[in-house]
Design a protein around this ligand. Structure first.
Ligand code: FEO
Length: 397
């Protein structure tokens, strides 16, 4: 599939894998995008997950037949993209692998592949004939070796994981050829779960790329962006600044439904206080990747769970750990919990917030055994405190 000026899409859809990184569900699959530039000297940008090599090599040969590939550019070494590197080297033994010093350190460790290498530095260029490529390093988006390749001739940015999204491609690959509606929330889930910890490096990368005359962005996952590129850049900018909308995620654990009643009461009061974006997530039912996405989306978070083995309910503790490891900023946190004979969860969620560093809102609510009028009133007071905190931001903006 030609994208523009003899630049071809040779990526693949993965509709088989259940979990990306063996962690994150893929309800609509994922792509491993790779690109082939057919010029005086032929360049392949990224490879694909090794499971898809056979499809991949067929796609390459549909474009260039038996002609050899001159360069393999590796913008990012994570094996969903570099996985076919050794096989490409076997098929094209004279190929020159292009990367930066950190790329080759990883190639040595992961694959032990030797042969021709071109070690590039920030700003270096590579002339293919008609196409002239320039390289820029964007470390920690999302590994330390990550870089991007910019086709100065056609204005195409090969952006690595940056600007990527979950979701396989259903026929067309360019945003103008497809209905992109389903990709936006999957872009948020991809960003928040995979890249979410690295907001500051993403901001640095966006600043670096801001002045490039980009007409097309080719990420390693998801659609190729042209007309809708400004919306993609805006979304990545907002997410990497940890900007969020007015709204509250209530993430609760429950064993028999008593703690769930606290969540329902809090949600009711939030609604009565005029908050319209309210998401209630049962931590045992909803995969945490979707809850993490919601926490990136909304400013308010209220967490609650029963005490379990004198600790936080395990699914809630797992979620707290996942949130803490992402260094999310500028969020408000309220919390509640329950116990049957000895309370611990409420105190321990409070201790967890020393890692999260979210702004505490309201007074935590602790319930013994089941809902009663006093607990209901405390839940409503907590919800009102969250609503008031959110509404205070309205007047500031
Ligand atoms: Fe899609 Fe960081 O690899």
């Amino acid at each position: 599939m030609e994208l523009k000026g003899k630049v071809y899409y040779v990526g693949v859809n993965d509709r088989q894998k259940q979990l990306f990184e063996n962690l994150w569900p893929l309800p609509d699959g994922v792509t491993y995008n790779s690109y082939l530039i057919d010029d005086d000297r032929i360049a392949l940008i990224e490879t694909v997950d090794i499971c898809y090599f056979e499809v991949f090599i067929k796609k390459i040969r549909q474009v260039i037949g038996d002609r050899p590939i001159d360069y393999l550019i590796i913008d990012h070494m994570e094996p969903d993209h570099s996985g076919s590197l050794s096989l490409i080297k076997k098929y094209y033994p004279d190929i020159t692998i292009v990367g930066n010093a950190k790329t080759f350190d990883m190639i040595d460790g992961f694959y032990g592949v030797e042969g021709k290498r071109l070690v590039i530095k920030e700003g270096d260029t590579l002339d293919l004939g008609y196409h002239r490529l320039q390289f820029a390093l964007i470390p920690m988006v999302h590994w330390p070796e990550t870089m991007v390749t910019f086709d100065m001739t056609e204005g195409i940015l090969f952006s690595g994981d940056a600007l990527g999204a979950f979701g396989a491609l259903n026929g067309g690959v360019i945003d103008t050829q497809i209905n992109t509606d389903a990709y936006w929330s999957e872009m948020e889930r991809y960003y928040s779960n995979i890249v979410g910890k690295y907001g500051a490096p993403v901001q640095k990368a966006l600043a670096k790329l801001k002045n490039l005359p980009i007409t097309m962005a080719c990420a390693t996952h998801g659609p190729i962006w042209t007309k809708q590129l400004p919306r993609v850049l805006d979304l990545y900018d907002r997410l990497s600044r940890y900007e969020a909308e007015e709204g509250v995620v209530i993430a609760y654990g429950t064993m028999y439904g008593n703690t769930e009643m606290m969540a329902e009461t809090i949600a009711e009061e939030l609604s009565e206080q005029g908050i319209r974006n309210i998401v209630i997530d049962n931590v045992s039912h909803k995969h945490h990747s979707f809850i993490i996405r919601d926490v990136f989306k909304y400013k308010g978070l209220i967490i609650g769970c029963p005490t379990y083995n004198a600790n936080i309910y395990p699914e809630t503790e797992a979620l707290l750990s996942e949130l803490a490891s992402r260094d999310i900023k500028h969020r408000y946190l309220g919390w509640f919990g329950s116990f049957s004979w000895a309370g611990a969860a409420v105190k321990k969620i409070g201790e967890y917030n020393e890692k999260l560093k979210f702004e505490q809102v309201g007074t935590p609510v602790e319930m013994k055994q089941a809902m009663n009028p006093a607990v209901e009133a405390e839940c409503r007071t907590l919800a009102k405190a969250m609503a008031d905190r959110l509404k205070a931001d309205r007047s500031e903006s």
